[in-house]
Unconditional design. Structure first.
Lengths: 380, 426, 534
């Protein structure tokens, strides 16, 4: 039942228009002379590129949480895995330009006396292989994890906590130096991507635009899914899982598809993030990161997709601004913001817009998100 | 207010803050890049205060080049990518002329490309694993040969035959232990007399490991633990040592990351006699140290606050920068960077420390025993100064590398065998 | 090494006695900056036979002797006045020499670990003649494996007169360790020694047997010694298992303590309380503050801290509940968002009030030390106390929920809010009390943790994830589940740690939890009935 109009409803069109405008304007303003008041510095552009990656990640979380009702507290894991895949490619690109000049081994392996490249590093010198892995590794992990969990009907908080256990286990694993991923220092000191110097302005512009394009395309893909028949079943599962199952839908398959798709999107976000920030390290797996990104989505407004984008950008901009302006007390401000938004804006920041223009809603937008933990049981 | 407006507002806000940087030019700005929140705030907040004190004192002396110094403090929140972002913000937007900051290796690795790209200066005050020499970074903390190796020498002298190398599983302990293992083996210690153990960050349950150490040490030969255990995990580790009754005269523990400040969070009575190797102790008797401690107490308004080695490193680094700026007559980082080599300033142990061509400094090495008041008592000291060695002679990959940032070599990792300078970003 | 030190000190002592070594001579040597002179001083004092010798050596060992820099007198610190110190000369009981000086005017008489070891040996040999058998036992323990001919003679004499059985048998072992590997022992005494040592679990005994096996040419003796080694190893293995179990239980009890408050707020009320860790942290800081208020009575301060921490955290919890959470019932996931914000605020508040540095919380006398079951198995007292504490807290909580009116109301509201209200239960009040109870117990956990780990702003974050794991693994809403889950995860972790390493053990436990939840999607003890769905 997916129609062109269904996907490109008013809010989507607006969102894409704004995205395209920003994606085009920033690089243009970046070329202006730095004395021009409208000039956007490369610093700001890279920063916005980073926000766009976070926004993509938030969209991925919103897809499973907002539309499928699975509160994943481990989505940072998929993000980080995508990032590591990209990081490994960038490390291999350094080649013999590392400090030890070893043609094959990355620096951290040389000084820990590794004799040869571990098998899982093979192939990462090819971009197509790395690109495949960026999609495949998070996707496969999500598939195996989801296949196990959904088949055994793990739901609600139990599912949330084991996703947290997953990312926590990966965090600990990647910390181990024996794993061959650079331990706590992670992967860093990248030089170039596809032959282009990472520090060059043009590369930065390209990465920024790539992030915007990835966000736009992913957004459309998510809209496609949520307005499709599959998306409607997903929302049915969110609202009454047992009932949907009794009606005869294969709940597990729907969940698995959306979960894997979300993980792949998170992986792509991670892959775009790494060359822009210049480092990937195990702290990206931290369970607190996962919780924080759920907070972005909740703050922006759940089950709207664009709410997730707004939440991610708003929180991260606040962080950037406050850590410089109020370095001593910024946590108070951020914490208070979370509390106040929850109390007074139950539908997130975007909830204000919906309340003001009820006609604006279409499809799922007017559904009140249901909690995973109903106070009383399902009335069967 | 609709979606588009919000987006636009955000974009405008972003570009506005970008243009704010064109501020007044009558001060010299110094960036302070230490975590004030998150896991590393515990150690780094003190260093931020130290920098504020040093800048304050310099201003009292009349500033620098006739201008006042201004500290620009940001909070990278123990978040490594945020370190890079904040470094860029300090240099590009706030126009600082030098940055003092970082604690963990990963935060330094994260900001390093930023400093190299924007050609600014970073003073890094913490002991670290070596294996790095950047044109833009000045390492005022100890390299492994300024801390670990003298400590092991001392213990060997004390008759230690069996060694436990215990560390947190990250790069600094890994590298240090690699170096120490090679060093011990070169000194004729058998592999069976070395036990290596790694634990995760913030490890809090040390029962099994301490019990293993106890068993390893009960084989009749003098045993010592060389600890590269990272900050937070130390308190439960030492508490467990005390609980299981391991005293320093049976199995001494020598630590490289435990200083006065870490001890101020522990009841040190059961720990008396355990060791630490540093380049400075608060208990060092020198006039300049007494002055520094008094100034610190006056600044922080707390007589009970301690001083520690990384604070001394900032003291040295800051004074070196001041002297180099005065020598060069400008704060332009590329000129000051060259002027820094060879600068020599007083350290707090009563001597002078000099900046070497490899961007590391010369320092004395002290071994101290923990006292019941949380201070260290120096029990051994190198006879002269030890120059920091960027590339360890005990590691396969790095023994052929040297670093010399003076012309004509101007290279941080020059391979003397292949006569090649690799890994440079410019 | 130590034997060599003792040898030199003995020779020296002999040499000095001929010149009528006096305490004064020894004290004079202590004033030197050179460790070797101080070492001679210790030897002189030990050999002086003076009644004060043991006292002086003990003072020196504890680092209580200072040298006045100007007058070059040995002094001790009597007290403090403002920032100044009051010092008196050594042996001045009248206090005439008392004077007030600044900290920088005096210098501690330095000792290092080597001197500490020789001090302990010297004190031990002086203590051998003590009237208290416990002290004698300690002294022999100190000397075991470190005997030299003179001490050997002393012990031999002591063996004849020793009345206490335990001391006597330990002396036998100490002598046997020396006999076994001595050049001039005959075969009979060696056999005797092997038999004695095979019975002992002292590490020195095993080392002596091992050394004997490595060096002897006599096949039959070697066989005997090997047999002895095997029997020792067998018993040590059991001790090892017992130790692992103990470690596991104590780790488990820490997990249970941290999680049990969450079992109430999360398990019973369904509130995902991300600030739970910070409530634990508040409890730990309360312990610190109470200790600051009563610095002279550490033992009492810990006991006072327990109710104090409960109150502080409970009040904080009730404020959180009344101020924020009560508006969010029915939207439990949003409590996650709000409480995450609260946890950030609490962390930063503690940083602002107490500084970001860790705070030092002292361990009271009654909690430090070990219970030695045998020489290879000793249980640390503070861990024992924490296991006991955990069980007491659990029992009290369990009874409270089971038998009090509040407990019944709590369970009623958790099972069916509407019905409970219809029966006249003030559900709002019950909510606040339940949340306060869970928070208060988190505070009590903080008191226990202050004895084991850092008291700092990051304390809470270190335990929050583990706590959620324990509650979910045990089954949400089931207190027994939390207890069993915490203890079994602790033991599993400790069993795996020796062969997998600390990091891998933790990863394996997490993977195990993930797989276990697949098998039992509602945890160890799933809730039954209508309220279980969802």
């Amino acid at each position: 039942m997916t129609t062109y109009q269904g996907i490109f409803d008013k809010s989507t069109v607006r969102f894409l228009a704004v995205l395209i405008a920003i994606a085009a304007a920033v690089p243009l303003l970046n070329t202006l002379d730095s004395s021009n008041p409208l000039h956007v510095s490369t610093y700001t552009m890279t920063l916005m590129g980073k926000y766009l990656c976070y926004a993509l990640l938030a969209v991925a979380v919103d897809l499973v949480w907002g539309y499928l009702g699975i509160l994943s507290l481990g989505h940072a894991a998929f993000f980080a895995l995508g990032g590591y895949a990209m990081g490994m490619y960038l490390m291999r690109q350094i080649g013999d330009r590392g400090v030890y000049g070893d043609p094959l081994l990355p620096d951290f392996m040389v000084f820990l006396n590794w004799q040869e490249l571990p098998w899982f590093w093979n192939g990462f010198d090819q971009f197509w292989y790395a690109a495949l892995m960026i999609v495949l590794v998070p996707g496969l992990l999500a598939f195996v994890f989801g296949w196990l969990a959904f088949r055994s009907r793990v739901t609600g908080v139990y599912l949330s906590i084991i996703t947290q256990a997953l990312t926590y286990a990966l965090l600990l694993a990647f910390f181990r130096n024996e794993m061959g991923f650079g331990g706590n220092n992670g992967l860093t000191d990248f030089k170039d991507i596809l032959g282009f110097d990472l520090q060059a302005n043009a590369t930065r512009v390209a990465l920024y635009i790539a992030s915007a394009v990835a966000l736009g395309l992913s957004y459309i893909a998510c809209r496609f899914v949520v307005t499709s028949r599959l998306g409607r079943v997903a929302m049915a599962i969110r609202d009454a899982e047992s009932r949907t199952r009794f009606i005869g839908y294969k709940v597990e398959n729907v969940k698995l598809f959306i979960f894997v798709m979300s993980a792949v999107l998170a992986g792509i976000a991670g892959a775009l993030y790494v060359p822009q920030v210049g480092i990937i390290n195990p702290s990206e797996f931290s369970p607190l990161n996962s919780i924080e990104l759920v907070v972005w989505v909740a703050l922006g407004g759940r089950a709207t997709l664009y709410g997730a984008v707004v939440g991610a950008v708003a929180v991260n901009y606040a962080k950037t601004y406050l850590t410089a302006a109020l370095p001593e007390v910024w946590l108070f401000t951020l914490g208070a913001m979370f509390v106040l938004v929850t109390l007074f804006l139950p539908k997130g920041v975007m909830g204000i817009l919906q309340r003001k223009s009820p006609a604006n809603s279409s499809g799922s937008d007017d559904d009140t998100p249901k909690p995973e933990l109903p106070q009383d049981g399902v009335k069967a | 207010m609709n979606l588009k407006k919000i987006m636009l507002a955000a974009a405008i806000a972003g570009s506005m803050s970008a243009t704010q940087a064109m501020a007044a030019d009558d001060t010299i700005k110094v960036g302070v890049l230490h975590s004030l929140s998150g896991t590393m705030a515990i150690s780094e907040t003190t260093l931020k205060d130290t920098m504020l004190m040093l800048i304050d004192e310099q201003n009292k002396k009349g500033g620098l080049l006739g201008k006042k110094l201004e500290a620009v403090v940001v909070d990278p929140a123990s978040n490594w990518p945020l370190f890079a972002e904040k470094a860029r913000e300090l240099i590009e937007k706030k126009d600082v002329d030098a940055v003092f900051g970082c604690w963990t290796s990963v935060s330094r690795k994260s900001v390093l490309p930023v400093f190299e790209e924007l050609d600014s200066l970073l003073f890094y005050p913490v002991q670290y694993e070596g294996e790095e020499s950047s044109k833009n970074v000045f390492y005022t903390g100890a390299a492994p040969n300024q801390q670990a190796i003298p400590a092991v020498d001392y213990l060997m002298d004390q008759g230690v035959k069996r060694w436990v190398l215990a560390g947190t599983d990250y790069v600094y302990p890994r590298t240090t232990n690699k170096i120490l293992e090679a060093y011990l083996k070169a000194k004729g210690v058998a592999a069976s007399d070395i036990m290596i153990n790694y634990t995760p960050f913030g490890h809090s349950d040390w029962q099994s490991i301490v019990s293993d150490i106890k068993k390893f040490g009960s084989k009749g030969q003098k045993t010592a633990v060389v600890s590269t255990i990272n900050g937070d995990a130390n308190v439960p580790f030492y508490k467990e040592l005390g609980n299981q009754g391991i005293s320093a005269d049976e199995i001494p523990v020598v630590a490289f990351s435990v200083g006065e400040e870490e001890l101020s969070g522990i009841d040190t009575k059961p720990l008396v006699g355990h060791l630490a190797a540093w380049n400075y102790f608060m208990s060092v008797e020198s006039d300049v140290n007494d002055e520094f401690i008094d100034a610190w107490h006056a600044f922080i308004k707390d007589e009970d606050r301690v001083t520690n080695d990384p604070m001394e490193a900032h003291y040295i680094g800051f004074n070196m920068w001041v002297e180099a700026v005065e020598k060069a007559g400008t704060t332009d980082p590329s000129v000051v960077g060259d002027a820094l080599i060879g600068v020599s300033v007083p350290n707090l142990t009563g001597g002078y420390s000099a900046m070497m061509p490899n961007h590391h400094i010369t320092k004395p090495v002290l071994i101290g025993e923990i006292q019941d008041d949380g201070q260290f008592e120096t029990v051994w000291k190198t006879s002269g100064l030890v120059a920091g060695d960027a590339w360890s002679d005990y590691l396969q990959g790095s023994k052929d590398l040297i670093s010399d940032w003076r012309a004509p070599l101007s290279c941080g990792n020059y391979n003397v065998k292949t006569s090649k300078c690799s890994g440079q970003n410019y | 090494m130590i034997a060599r030190v003792l040898w030199s000190f003995l020779l020296l002592a002999c040499a000095l006695t001929t010149h009528a070594a006096t305490l004064e001579q020894g004290l004079e040597q202590l004033k030197s900056k050179d460790f070797s002179h101080i070492e001679q001083g210790i030897a002189t004092i030990a050999a002086s036979g003076d009644d004060n010798a043991e006292l002086i050596l003990n003072l020196l060992l504890n680092g209580e002797i200072y040298r006045h820099k100007k007058s070059n007198e040995l002094v001790t610190i009597q007290g403090k006045e403002d920032k100044q110190l009051i010092i008196v000369n050594l042996f001045d009981d009248s206090g005439d020499s008392a004077q007030t000086v600044s900290k920088r005017k005096i210098k501690k008489v330095r000792i290092n670990n080597k001197l500490r070891a020789s001090l302990k040996s010297a004190i031990a040999s002086l203590k051998l003649n003590s009237n208290d058998p416990v002290l004698r036992l300690e002294a022999v323990n100190q000397l075991i494996g470190k005997l030299n001919p003179v001490l050997y003679q002393t012990l031999l004499e002591r063996q004849q007169t020793e009345s206490d059985d335990r001391v006597k048998s330990l002396i036998d072992v100490a002598l046997a360790v020396t006999d076994l590997n001595s050049q001039d022992s005959d075969k009979a005494s060696q056999i005797n020694a092997i038999e004695l040592l095979s019975e002992s679990l002292q590490p020195a005994a095993r080392n002596a047997l091992q050394q004997f096996v490595d060096e002897t040419d006599n096949a039959s003796l070697k066989f005997k010694a090997n047999k002895g080694l095997r029997s020792i190893d067998e018993r040590r293995k059991w001790a090892g298992h017992a130790e692992t179990l103990f470690f596991g239980l104590s780790l488990g009890s820490v997990l249970v303590l941290a999680a049990i408050g969450l079992a109430i707020t999360f398990g019973v009320m369904g509130v995902i309380n991300m600030a739970h860790g910070e409530l634990i942290m508040l409890g730990a800081y309360t312990t610190y503050v109470v200790q600051l208020l009563m610095p002279n009575n550490i033992a009492l301060s810990i006991l006072v801290s327990i109710p104090a921490a409960f109150l502080v955290s409970a009040i904080a919890g009730i404020m959180i509940e009344r101020g924020v959470i009560r508006f969010l019932y029915g939207r439990p996931l949003e409590t996650l968002l709000a409480t995450f914000g609260i946890s950030l605020i609490l962390q930063q508040a503690v940083r602002s009030v107490f500084s970001p540095l860790n705070r030092s919380v002292a361990t009271p006398e009654f909690m430090s030390g070990v219970i030695e079951i045998n020489p290879v198995l000793s249980l640390t007292l503070n861990r024992l106390y924490i296991i006991a504490f955990c069980l007491i807290v659990f029992a009290l909580l369990f009874m409270l929920l089971r038998y009090t009116r509040l407990g019944i109301e709590v369970r009623a509201v958790a099972q069916n809010r509407a019905m409970a209200r219809a029966m006249g239960v003030r559900s709002e009040w019950v909510d606040a009390m339940t949340f306060g109870l869970g928070s208060g117990i988190a505070g009590v956990a903080g008191v226990a943790l202050s004895q084991l780990t850092n008291v700092g702003p990051n304390l809470g974050q270190a335990y929050i994830i583990d706590s959620f794991m324990v509650v979910v693994f045990g089954g949400v809403g089931n207190l027994w589940g939390t207890l069993v889950a915490g203890l079994s995860l602790g033991v599993a972790n400790k069993i795996m740690e020796p062969w997998a390493g600390a990091v891998l053990a933790k990863i394996l436990v997490l993977v195990f939890i993930i797989l276990f939840i697949q098998k039992r999607p509602r945890g160890l003890f799933p809730q039954k009935g209508r309220s279980a769905e969802g």
